[in-house]
Design a protein around this ligand. Structure first.
Ligand SMILES: Nc1ncnc2c1ncn2[C@@H]1O[C@H](COP(=O)(O)OP(=O)(O)OP(=O)(O)O)[C@@H](O)[C@H]1O
Length: 589
């Protein structure tokens, strides 16, 4: 596993040995290294707290011994005790506060880093994973990491530091009494480690299953109408319950280990003190230790016992954090989308595909050597049978996927020579599934050009025949408060505002009824005017004004020409056209 959050692995392998706790924690610290000074300060305050605590115990020791021998209390020691308390309290506050702050800042950093990485994941990898799993890694896994580690950095780590210093002070007072009281610790610690060993696996499985259940819930919300229309409620519920069952089974196993560890911790907490009392009285009786010494060791044993007793909960917190962090870091190791080359401006107006071959993953090729060129201002239509590769060709032009063979040249640069972001600035895209964001009409249109003025936005709203809708109107999540035709025209208005020289249209009217289609077609005409356009067209009757039609079949261009030329050819295009005409006649009857 990488130490930095730079990603190198092309793909995750579920069967790989999971990274060790050390590897995961090293990566956690590296990713959050800008906050290390806060953690170091928390540790320094823990050291100060423990040093003050040891000195307080020493003076307490002296006060009791003095009182035992002379019946008086030493004023100097008492004054010191009070002074030490005044340092102890703020120091303990700061150690906890800084530990908590460190963990909160790390959480924020992990979330921001995670969002940036998720938004740049290679499209092919994203296709291969379900969105619920990605969301679960980006949310509940991060929550679990924070919950597990925050308590450690703010409470448990300072306790451990204080415990170590208290142990040293206790050994200094009476090494026999201290070691005797700790004799049982190795055995119990060994049991704790053994019992908690499978915890990481169960936590990993639980989070995996939680991701699956989230994915099913996503389907229910995203495909609400379909779920209702096809009565998919039961099917989705069964899938959801199966995933939740798996999450619960793994959760029960994970918690079983945690619960088993609890009694061991209790034993660890009290046993040393009982031993100190008994053995301490014996040592005092043979003058090996004073009564003040026994009292001090008892006090120190509480600070030593705390971290030992908490070992099990610390272990389980770390194992939970390790399981979740492994899933998050796995996501971070997925290949990012290539940022491309250095070209940021067009060299000329030509778009050209030469012998392009492309397949999704290791499947058989979807595009099998397609070649065509588009000149500035030309309008080209891609038509053909379903699955012939039309949308894929458009996605290659947007650099969402990358061809395996051949050349793709956009405005005079090979697609891979373009800086990917710059390339996309020169392209407007309107697809068949319009994605609108929750917010106002203005917010959605302005995504085409975030520096546009209200007047410019209103102008494209008017041009897209949306003038009846107030631009401040909330259009609902995914534009649910609008009709299908209106949603499509919002997408067109967005593309108009972007004003990019290349326009890619993927069946922008296919989902519309005839009336809406007429309105959308009108706005489309306004959008296409003066731009280079590649349109995937469903209704062939609308292609009479297109400069050139390319007919795809089985990943190859089999016919090319104007509508009239292709009709005269009486090939695939002609048959598709005729079958659409026949459908239309049938519907009219
Ligand atoms: N993300 C993907 N992963 C794997 N295969 C895919 C993916 N997208 C599309 N395909 C496959 O690639 C082939 C071409 O799909 P594409 O969407 O390019 O066809 P199309 O001509 O646009 O079809 P339609 O007219 O039905 O929209 C199809 O067989 C499809 O199953």
């Amino acid at each position: 596993m990488n130490v930095s959050h730079g990603r190198s692995k092309p793909e995750t392998n579920q069967h790989e040995t999971p990274p060790s706790l050390m590897q995961v924690m090293r990566r956690y610290f590296t990713v959050n290294k800008k906050y290390t000074s806060i953690l170091v300060s928390a540790i320094l305050f823990s050291l100060l707290t423990s040093a003050v605590l040891s000195l307080m115990t020493q003076s307490f020791h002296a006060i009791i011994d003095q009182f035992g021998t002379s019946g008086t209390i030493v004023n100097k020691q008492t004054a010191f005790l009070l002074l030490a308390l005044m340092v102890f309290i703020p120091s303990q506050y700061l150690q906890q506060f800084l530990g908590m702050k460190y963990s909160e800042l790390c959480d924020r950093n992990l979330r921001n880093t995670n969002f940036a990485i998720v938004s740049g994941i290679d499209k092919q990898l994203q296709d291969d994973h379900n969105s619920g799993d990605i969301l679960s890694r980006a949310n509940s896994d991060l929550v679990q990491i924070n919950e597990s580690l925050q308590n450690y950095f703010s409470v448990k780590l300072p306790q451990q530091i204080i415990g170590i210093v208290a142990l040293a002070a206790s050994l200094f007072i009476s090494w026999q009494l201290t070691l005797f009281s700790l004799a049982i610790v190795p055995l119990i610690a060994f049991l704790q480690v053994r019992i908690s060993a499978p915890l990481t696996r169960f936590v990993h499985q639980r989070q995996q299953a939680a991701g699956e259940s989230l994915s099913v819930a996503n389907h229910l919300m995203g495909g609400y109408e379909i779920a209702k229309a096809y009565k998919l409620g039961d099917l989705l519920r069964q899938r959801y319950e199966a995933a939740v069952d798996r999450a619960a089974d793994s959760g029960i196993e994970a918690n079983r280990a945690t619960i088993l560890l609890a009694p061991l911790s209790q034993v660890l907490l009290f046993l040393p003190q009982i031993i100190i009392c008994g053995f301490g009285v014996y040592l005092a009786s043979i003058h090996q230790i004073t009564s003040g010494g026994v009292m001090s060791v008892i006090i120190l044993s509480v600070f030593i016992g705390n971290p030992i007793g908490d070992l099990s909960s610390v272990l389980s917190a770390f194992k939970t954090a390790r399981g979740c962090a492994t899933r998050v870091f796995e996501l971070w190791d997925w290949s990012p989308e290539p940022t491309g080359g250095t070209a940021t401006r067009p060299a000329n107006d030509l778009i050209r595909l030469s012998d392009v071959v492309f397949s999704y993953g290791d499947q058989s090729p979807v595009l099998r050597g397609i070649s065509f060129a588009v000149n500035r201002g030309e309008h080209i239509a891609l038509v053909g049978t379903s699955g012939s590769g039309k949308s894929t060709a458009i996605k290659l032009l947007m650099a969402l996927y990358h061809k395996q063979e051949g050349d793709i040249e956009i405005f005079g640069h090979a697609v891979e020579d373009w800086a990917t972001d710059a390339l996309r600035e020169h392209i407007s895209y309107v697809g068949q599934d319009t994605y609108l964001f929750a917010g106002t009409l203005r917010d959605n249109v302005a995504m085409g050009n975030q520096s546009a003025t209200d007047a410019q936005i209103q102008a494209v709203i008017d041009a897209a025949l949306l003038q009846d809708i107030d631009m401040k109107r909330d259009i609902g999540e995914r534009g649910m408060h609008l009709s299908g035709g209106q949603r499509q025209r919002v997408a067109i208005a967005r593309a108009m505002l972007k004003d990019a020289p290349l326009l890619l249209l993927d069946e922008p009217t296919s989902a519309l009824d005839t009336q809406s289609e007429a309105m959308v077609s009108e706005t489309l005409r306004r959008l296409m005017d003066g731009r280079t356009v590649i349109i995937i067209a469903h209704r062939l009757s609308a292609l009479r004004h297109i400069d050139r039609v390319l007919c795809l079949h089985d990943g190859q261009i089999v016919e090319s020409g104007t509508h009239e030329q292709l009709m005269a050819l009486q090939g695939i295009y002609y048959r598709l056209y005729k079958s659409q005409e026949a459908d239309k006649d049938e519907n009219c009857d």
